[in-house]
Design a protein around this ligand. Structure first.
Ligand SMILES: C[S@@+](CC[C@H](N)C(=O)[O-])C[C@H]1O[C@@H](n2cnc3c(N)ncnc32)[C@H](O)[C@@H]1O
Length: 239
């Protein structure tokens, strides 16, 4: 079994990449269970909200970057229909292995978010779910996403955020820093569920993420909060 040598929330650059990959490899077989439990299964609703931003037509080609176990495939498939295509890329093989069992996908690949093995201008839409926070070079990932989008193509990213309301933020910090690591530990996943709140604290602000998307070349960049501001959805399109 792969072991995590550095705390992924303290690591930077290549060290962060390696630590994050090792962490997801360790938890891949329990990821779906914990995701359902921690989000009270609300993640399905948040995914549908994200996919709605893409305004996908039947026959479209959608790419899910940092696809993990493939839970974006089904809501994407609903929109692109049988005539469209849904592809998933992730850099962690054990997560991808779980994605093979999920309905809706047409193909999977092992790839880093900053080096997508996809032709420029060839996809109609890109999703990233709870992935950008883990990537050491967020600007690089956004540039790569813009490269693979066709003109007019849309991008949506949904991830953790710090609630803007001070009372909600204090409550979320208590849950994240006290309860989550303990709950994670119950299932042998203390590192991953310490990483979640720690990486959220260190994550770029809503405005900084939007600015990174604009720097990469996206327009009509906007964001909105879900779940009392604990989740934020960013979207934009390629001019
Ligand atoms: C929290 S999981 C989210 C999985 C999935 N998108 C979902 O919505 O459930 C984060 C995923 O991002 C992947 N990931 C993290 N950094 C990555 C990178 N630099 N390149 C590709 N995948 C990455 C991890 O392997 C993991 O599968």
């Amino acid at each position: 079994m792969t072991t995590v040598s550095a705390s992924p929330w303290n690591a930077q650059g290549e060290q962060k990449r390696a630590a994050v990959r090792a962490m997801f490899a360790e938890i891949a077989n329990r990821y779906d269970f914990m995701n359902g439990l921690m989000s009270l299964s609300l993640h399905r609703r948040w995914r549908r909200a994200a996919v709605a931003e893409l305004r996908l037509a039947p026959g479209s080609v959608a790419l899910d970057v940092c696809c993990g176990t493939g839970d974006f495939f089904a809501p994407l498939r609903e929109k692109v229909d049988a005539s469209g295509r849904v592809f998933g890329l992730d850099f962690c093989l054990p997560m991808l292995e779980r994605a093979t069992a999920k309905p809706g996908g047409d193909g999977l690949g092992l790839a880093d978010a900053c080096r997508l093995p996809i032709r420029a201008g060839s996809v109609d839409a890109v999703t990233v779910g709870w992935g950008i926070r883990n990537v050491p070079d967020v600007d690089g990932a956004h540039r790569e996403i813009v490269r693979v989008l066709r003109k007019g193509g849309r991008f949506v990213s949904v991830d953790m955020a710090l609630p803007r309301n001070r009372v909600v933020r204090a409550l979320s910090r208590f849950v994240g820093q006290t309860l989550l690591p303990r709950l994670g530990a119950l299932f042998g996943m203390r590192t991953a569920y310490t990483y979640l709140p720690e990486s959220t604290e260190r994550f770029a602000s809503r405005e900084a993420l939007a600015e990174s998307m604009r720097r990469a070349g996206l327009v009509d960049v906007h964001f909105r909060d879900l779940f009392f501001g604990n989740i934020c959805l960013h979207a934009g399109s390629k001019p």
